[in-house]
Design a protein around this ligand. Structure first.
Ligand SMILES: [Fe+2]
Ligand SMILES: [Fe+2]
Length: 289
């Protein structure tokens, strides 16, 4: 562990210390269960003529269901993070590092609690069946040895891909998205900025001694991870469309998958992560390019 990493852990610990439970910070009674929960431009079917011709309440309902689907994927991923963090607590490491792991665990638990609370308040229920998670990510996330470059690469991509959607909700939805939903995204972004700083530092540390050949070997895995995470967080399941009254769901999902406006939106969201990985010597490709 470098002294720069130790300094970073101490700094992150200091920034994480004034912890406040997000469940207690958010004014849940103010939630508008009929509002837009995603900015219109961040709905997967934005710009698709058949969708834009639907009544506004159908489009708003889809924004709420897509946001819930996004949170549901977040619960799955944060569950993997928490499992890994909990398992790392008994391993070696500096005191500052172990303290930071506990801060992260507490913060991820806080995020998952607010996701569940919003689901509960929404009055909407996503079906369990028909929503699958990529086995490849599940396996890597749960089984990879800690401290390896591939493990930290998975964490960086897994933290950054959903974080960019939270940021888009903040900026594009400044005047249109329900204020409680935006506040939720803000609280999440603030914590994730620290998690991402930590994961990027750990990835850089793990890659420091990696040869050019090893980086070339990691590149297709990085591409695969990015594609899986983008599908998981940016392409809703057919059941999500059906619950909004858009049937058959598979047809609408296909329209979303081929939607040029959606592709542009996703590319913009993932660009900072791709640029970062390229600076580290991983020649990752733009999905769909
Ligand atoms: Fe989180
Ligand atoms: Fe996180």
């Amino acid at each position: 562990m470098s002294s720069a990493s130790s300094r970073l852990h101490r700094q992150l610990n200091q920034n994480s210390t004034p912890y406040q439970d997000p469940l207690g910070r958010l004014a849940w009674e103010s939630l508008d269960a009929n509002a837009w929960w995603l900015p219109q431009a961040a709905v997967s079917l934005a710009g698709v003529a058949d969708f834009e011709a639907q009544p506004e309440d159908v489009r708003r309902r889809l924004s709420r269901l897509e946001f819930l689907g996004f949170l549901d994927a977040g619960l799955w991923l944060e569950g993997i993070f928490m499992e890994r963090i909990a398992r790392s607590l008994s391993s070696s490491g500096t005191t500052a590092e172990r303290m930071y792991h506990l801060h992260e665990l507490r913060e991820e638990a806080g995020h998952s609690l607010m996701f569940l609370q919003l689901m509960e308040k929404s009055g909407l229920h996503l079906p369990r069946q028909g929503i699958s998670r990529p086995w490849f990510v599940d396996l890597l996330g749960r089984r990879l040895p800690p401290r390896g470059a591939l493990f930290w690469l998975s964490v960086v991509v897994g933290e950054e891909v959903p974080d960019r959607l939270n940021r888009a909700i903040r900026t594009l939805g400044a005047y249109s998205v329900d204020p409680l939903v935006r506040q939720m995204c803000t609280l999440h972004i603030i914590d994730e900025a620290r998690h991402i700083a930590h994961a990027r530092d750990a990835l850089e540390h793990a890659l420091a001694s990696a040869s050019a050949a090893r980086r070339r070997l990691l590149t297709p895995l990085a591409d695969a991870l990015i594609r899986r995470f983008l599908d998981t967080f940016y392409l809703p399941a057919p059941a999500v469309y059906e619950l909004a009254g858009l049937t058959p769901g598979r047809r609408w999902r296909e329209l979303a998958r081929r939607n040029p406006a959606r592709r542009d939106f996703v590319r913009e969201c993932v660009a900072p992560t791709l640029n970062y990985l390229r600076r580290l010597g991983l020649a990752v490709a733009l999905p769909g390019a």
